[in-house]
Design a binder for this molecule. Structure first.
Ligand code: BTN
Length: 266
């Protein structure tokens, strides 16, 4: 259970967690983040956590199932001194932070499916939704929304996605302390964000490579109306996926535009 006391004692970094806003329920923590971002002069580092969301959303206009009392739904506000084109790197950074802290905190083998899905044993348990306010060459505010199925039972999910989804409890066979895990993720996000601010993208890419379950596998991806199938070969310094096509050529997939539909791991 989230308690006021536990929330008050959450991680407070130099950047992330300087203020924590906890809500029993929100439409979406990304909505609250957008509002906080409008009202505050210096919102960077504010974290919005909700115990439940009534209109949680995922990438590509999908809903994010957000029942109370079981999972993590939170948004971190950031203002990186980057151009909008560099924003996808922030999702990569957040995915590294989530997967690394879940591994450390629970011992479970969390993996990243490109660009930012959190997987366990080929099933999805978490994702990151990045929303941005920017002008032509500067990001003015980023909402990094993280959803992670922690103690949700699989029977709380619609039948059509139970074979594709999981939770930490389902993998671990015992419940996980949500607040402890949230603190660990925030600490890891602060660490990874500082590495990014220092300009050391390579270090983050190497961590991403260590944690990923996409490279080396055959994938099918959708880029607007185009379907691409090939072998995921590498990621470049922008966090884009390099795919080797059957004709020997390469395609570069951008996280903002493309979704990987399928990874063949067998
Ligand atoms: C995805 O994999 O499609 C991304 C899911 C992101 C869900 C989180 S939950 C907290 C934040 N608020 C939302 O409405 N979405 C993100």
């Amino acid at each position: 259970m989230f308690t006021k006391e536990k929330i008050n004692n959450l991680f407070k970094g130099e950047i992330i967690g300087k203020e924590i806003i906890f809500l029993e329920s929100a439409t979406s923590t990304n909505d609250v983040a957008a509002e906080v971002g409008r009202k505050r002069e210096d919102p960077e580092g504010i974290v919005i956590i909700a115990d439940a969301q009534t209109r949680g959303r995922g990438r590509l206009g999908r809903a994010w199932i957000s029942p109370p009392g079981v999972n993590l739904y939170f948004t971190v506000l950031l203002k990186p001194p980057f151009s909008p084109a560099e924003a996808p790197f922030l999702t990569l950074t957040a995915a590294v932070a989530v997967a690394a802290s879940v591994r450390r905190h629970t011992g479970l083998k969390a993996e990243i499916k490109w660009p930012n899905d959190i997987y366990f044993n080929s099933k999805k348990a978490g994702g990151i939704l990045l929303e941005m306010k920017a002008d032509k060459d500067r990001i003015s505010l980023l909402s990094v929304g993280v959803g992670l199925n922690v103690n949700m039972s699989m029977n709380e999910l619609p039948e059509e996605i139970t074979s594709l989804s999981t939770s930490l409890k389902a993998e671990n066979r015992r419940p996980v302390d949500r607040t402890g895990l949230l603190g660990a993720i925030l600490a890891e996000m602060e660490r990874a964000y500082k590495i990014l601010l220092q300009g050391n993208k390579r270090a983050l890419i190497n961590e991403w490579i260590h944690l990923n379950c996409t490279l080396g596998h055959e994938i099918i991806a959708k880029d607007r109306d185009r379907v691409i199938s090939g072998t995921a070969e590498n990621i470049n310094d922008r966090g884009e996926l390099i795919v080797r096509m059957p004709d020997g050529g390469t395609e570069i997939l951008n996280a903002g535009e493309v979704t990987v539909l399928k990874i063949k791991t067998g």
